[in-house]
Design a protein around this ligand. Structure first.
Ligand code: ARG
Length: 413
């Protein structure tokens, strides 16, 4: 009996050709696994296609809720944004796909798992390293990294084996609930403005309604639970927000990013819900966390985004950081009001039962509770080392009117 392999199947050309190629070159039975993380595709058709091109079994798993609960929301709580731009949609889905592949491999008694990644990208790293962490005994097959076919050769191979080749888009597109990632084609020229055709979820900002929309997002312990005062399940909340914000042209991102494998690449993202939720979440944290918590959390956010991007989801470091992030969210509860207009999302209001904002302390009007006279003593102590250092060592200053440059003052001067 032939050994079995579970292949992460998308229905596209690469993974369809992979089914045939693995059977031919490894003499294994291929079990196709389509993991639905909100890819908006015709799942029954994809399931059939896998069988048609030679899989012995074709599985489809609806993993949308798992994806949001265990991957998207933890990343949101961490404020994870790679290089300050990319909300990490593709990167977040990879470890979940591996987890489900490994489950299927165990269930089916498979000896290997396979994926359609090339040898140039981040996704191969995320897949392989996640397999190392969860099931190091499984062999990993990566046809697109191994076969050495050019695009033309791959298409010829497909045609020879009756694998449907759709009149392909010029782009490579990956889609899930947290965002769309688009690369290749004209986008490989970093000077070229992304053509309108690459976008599917967002209106061009100049064509968006002139009248703004407002959306109120309710958070509980860092997790969004309601939209405009209506409680929603996590998947619906993200779907509805993608539509609302996309309608106003919010969430287009044009990023020249640093891949883990050392290549700079230009990727365009569409992430309306992610864009809105990330700014709303940060606005609520600004109300409910101390200055020191916010500062430390910013460092954690950088590390957290990097580890997601770099394929280190299933690691001890992640477990440790996630515990910190979780603890930090215990009072991040409240509502944030966001204005959507012409491609921009702006936080215009926030409130929280755990707010640290005190009107009595902040106001310049009636009701001021702040003792201004106490500031004198505070500033005396705060400024003491500045005074001392300036006296002893002097202080660099901008040039004065007379053109002279008063750099140093005499000791004790
Ligand atoms: N650059 C993104 C990442 O590494 C997305 C990769 C997949 N993009 C695509 N268009 N297929 O996470």
């Amino acid at each position: 009996m032939a050994e079995k392999v579970v292949l992460a199947y998308s229905g596209g050309l690469d993974t369809s050709v992979a089914i045939r190629w693995i059977a031919e070159n490894y003499h294994m039975d291929v079990i196709a696994l389509m993991v639905d993380v909100g890819s908006e595709r015709d799942l029954p058709a994809i399931q059939q296609k896998a069988l048609k091109v030679g899989a012995v079994k074709s599985l489809v798993v609806d993993a949308r809720e798992l994806f949001v609960k265990h991957f998207v929301f933890p990343a949101l709580k961490a404020d994870a944004l790679y290089e300050g731009q990319y909300p990490l949609a593709t990167a977040l889905a990879r470890p979940l796909i591996v987890k489900l592949m490994v489950d299927a491999a165990n269930e089916e008694g498979a000896a290997a798992v396979a994926h359609g990644c090339t040898g140039k990208g981040n996704d191969q790293v995320r897949f392989d390293v996640s397999v190392f962490a969860l099931a190091p005994h499984l062999k990993i097959i990566a046809p697109a990294r191994e076969w050495g076919m050019t695009r033309e050769e791959e298409i010829a191979y497909a045609q020879k084996h009756d694998i449907p080749v759709s009149v392909g888009s010029a782009y490579s597109i990956d889609v899930n609930l947290w965002g769309r990632s688009i690369e290749c084609g004209i986008l490989e020229d970093p000077w070229a403005e992304p053509p309108e055709e690459v976008f599917a979820w967002t209106r061009a900002p100049q064509d968006a309604p002139d009248k703004p929309s407002y959306v109120e997002i309710g958070f509980e312990r860092g997790i969004p639970v309601s939209l405009n005062a209506k409680n929603l399940d996590s998947v619906s909340l993200i779907q509805q927000l993608n539509e609302l914000a996309g309608e106003h042209g919010v969430g287009r991102i044009d990023h020249v990013e640093n891949r883990l494998v050392g290549i700079k690449s230009r990727e365009v993202y569409e992430a309306p819900a992610a864009t809105v939720l990330l700014i709303a979440h940060k606005a609520l944290e600004a109300m409910t966390l101390s200055r020191e918590q916010l500062r430390f959390k910013e460092k954690v956010a950088l590390e957290y985004a990097d580890l997601i991007y770099n394929g280190l989801w299933f690691t001890a470091l992640h477990q440790d950081l996630a515990a910190y992030v979780e603890s930090s969210q215990r009072h991040v509860t409240g509502t944030v009001r966001v204005k959507l207009c012409k491609g921009k999302a702006t936080v215009v209001g926030r409130k929280s039962p755990k707010s640290l904002y005190s009107f009595g302390l902040a106001t310049y009007d009636k009701g001021d509770e702040f003792d201004q006279s106490a500031s004198v003593g505070f500033i005396h102590i705060w400024g003491l080392p500045v005074k001392t250092q300036a006296r002893v060592q002097g202080v660099e200053q901008p040039e004065s009117e007379d053109g002279g440059r008063r750099r140093e003052r005499k000791e004790g001067g």
